[in-house]
Design a protein around this ligand. Structure first.
Ligand SMILES: NC(=O)c1ccc[n+]([C@@H]2O[C@H](COP(=O)([O-])OP(=O)(O)OC[C@H]3O[C@@H](n4cnc5c(N)ncnc54)[C@H](O)[C@@H]3O)[C@@H](O)[C@H]2O)c1
Length: 450
């Protein structure tokens, strides 16, 4: 995502309406000028040197963005597929050291921290090995492949005291920060319900990615790639489309729902797993041998508040949240946040009064208008507001939050506990789908119960 720049003074107010909003709203562009834009030259002692593990679809984007940050330097890259060594050298520099063994990066004293973007089934091992070797780590979402993996990762992060940042980048976006600010200031009143949804309708959106043409057991360490999963013969489709199978991926829940959950946790201020989850869905569109659902609707219970999240790979719909409260609605998308306040009072006489006899009805209407009609010139201002910003998918702010923490030792925005709780919600949605029953998290035994 290209970084659009608006000046601090480009504060525009214009008429605009959110989808479904009946009120006129003014529009405010959120200042996207990032902290790193104000940095001067960085002294050698302030530089942060990282190694990257996994230079695939996401890792290559993280690498490109990370080396554009001031004072951030890539020392070495690791991947099991040699084509991605070439790619890393193209991104960083032709003589960048590359390896198939990530243990070499963990043993390298010139490397301060790790950025990891490996498939989900490798997250736990890479994170536990990295923190045990004394390295801080930015690991992609979903934090864990299973609930048990997540428990082990939290334990390892706590035991070693290393910084762990999980990669749901929207929690570092200005648009989510504004939503959080409004919720914290009470704009919603009492939270009633949260909805989130996302739909896609194309093969790439459904993970039917083209395997690299030169992929072979010679260019890829297929045996290691499979990790602890029972071994299968070399299969380029599994390498490229691992999200389709639960042995490696975590379904639409771990791929897409986890972003919705992480953003929701951040905006609402929740850092715990849901009490209960009920999910359903199926493989309704992409009957290509996958074993994870392509339609997945899940109902979560957080405290007393229900949250309903819908993922669909068979119909394209925008990604959107609706945070609904007693004082209004916040509608949040990748680029916009619209707040529509609601007074929560009658704005006209109750229609129930039409069931009164004539004289009684007329008396009720007269009295209602005397008591409620606005006095001319004293009407209360009652308008919504729409904020616009750059994409919440920009990874630079989230990487910057991590690299700053590596240097300052201050906490990150999305640590292992936060990432674990978000991932747990997704594992619970998957478990509920497969078990065809509601599930809950048993913190005593650290397991998902039906
Ligand atoms: N935050 C986001 O918006 C976002 C977007 C896409 C993917 N992701 C996440 O990033 C991770 C990677 O996804 P992807 O689409 O880039 O996958 P990918 O298959 O394109 O790339 C993964 C790379 O990791 C390498 N790899 C696997 N095991 C390894 C190991 N043990 N040691 C070294 N290299 C290893 C593979 O060879 C491959 O090149 C996933 O967890 C995914 O959920 C996050």
């Amino acid at each position: 995502m290209k970084f659009n720049r608006f000046s601090r003074r480009e504060f525009l107010a214009m008429g605009a309406g959110a989808a479904g909003a009946s009120l006129v709203t003014k529009t405010i562009f959120l200042d996207p000028e990032p902290a790193w834009a104000f940095q001067g030259p960085v002294s050698p002692s302030d530089r942060v040197r990282f190694g990257i593990i996994g230079v695939g679809m996401q890792g290559s984007g993280l690498l490109t963005n990370a080396i554009e940050l001031p004072g951030i330097e890539c020392v070495a890259a690791c991947d099991l597929y040699d084509g991605r060594h070439t790619l890393a050298k193209e991104i960083v520099r032709p003589d960048l050291p590359t390896t198939r063994r990530y243990q070499e990066l963990l043993a390298n004293k010139d490397i301060d921290c790790i950025v990891a973007a490996v498939p989900d089934h490798w997250h736990k091992q890479v994170v536990v090995d990295a923190v045990s070797a004394g390295k801080d780590i930015y690991c992609e979402k979903p934090m864990s492949h299973t609930a048990a993996d997540g428990v082990e990762m939290v334990t390892a992060a706590k035991r070693t005291g290393r910084i762990v940042q999980i990669g749901s980048q929207r929690v570092s976006s200005v648009i989510c920060a504004k939503a959080k600010e409004l919720v914290t200031k009470g704009a919603l009143g009492d939270l009633m319900l949260v909805e989130g949804s996302l739909g896609r309708n194309d093969p790439t959106g459904a993970w039917e990615y083209p395997p690299p043409p030169d992929l072979s057991p010679q260019t890829l360490d297929w045996d290691t790639w499979q990790g602890m999963v029972p071994k299968r013969p070399f299969d380029p489709k599994i390498f490229a489309r691992w999200r389709c199978w639960k042995e490696y991926g975590t379904g639409v829940a771990g791929d897409l729902l986890v972003h919705l959950i992480s953003g929701m946790q951040y905006v609402v201020g929740i850092n715990q797993p849901p009490k209960r989850v009920m999910a359903m869905g199926g493989i309704l569109r992409w009957k290509d041998g996958r074993n994870m659902p392509d339609v997945h609707a899940a109902l979560f219970e957080y405290g007393e508040v229900p949250m309903y999240m819908r993922l669909n790979l068979g119909t394209e719909t925008p990604e959107v949240y609706r945070f609904q409260g007693s004082k209004g609605i916040l509608e949040l998308t990748e680029f916009t946040l619209t707040y529509i306040p609601q007074a929560g009072v009658d704005t006209s006489p109750s229609y129930y009064a039409y069931s009164f006899p004539k004289a009684m009805r007329e008396e009720y209407f007269k009295k209602w208008h005397q008591e409620h009609d606005a006095v001319p010139g004293k009407e209360t201002a009652f308008e919504g507001v729409t904020y616009r910003s750059i994409s919440w998918d920009d990874v630079k702010p989230h990487l910057w939050n991590f690299f700053q923490a590596v240097h300052s030792r201050k906490p990150v925005v999305e640590d292992a506990v936060f990432g674990h709780n978000a991932a747990l919600a997704c594992h619970m949605a998957n478990e509920s789908y497969f078990r065809k029953s509601a599930v809950s998290w048993d913190a005593g035994s650290n397991t998902i119960k039906s």
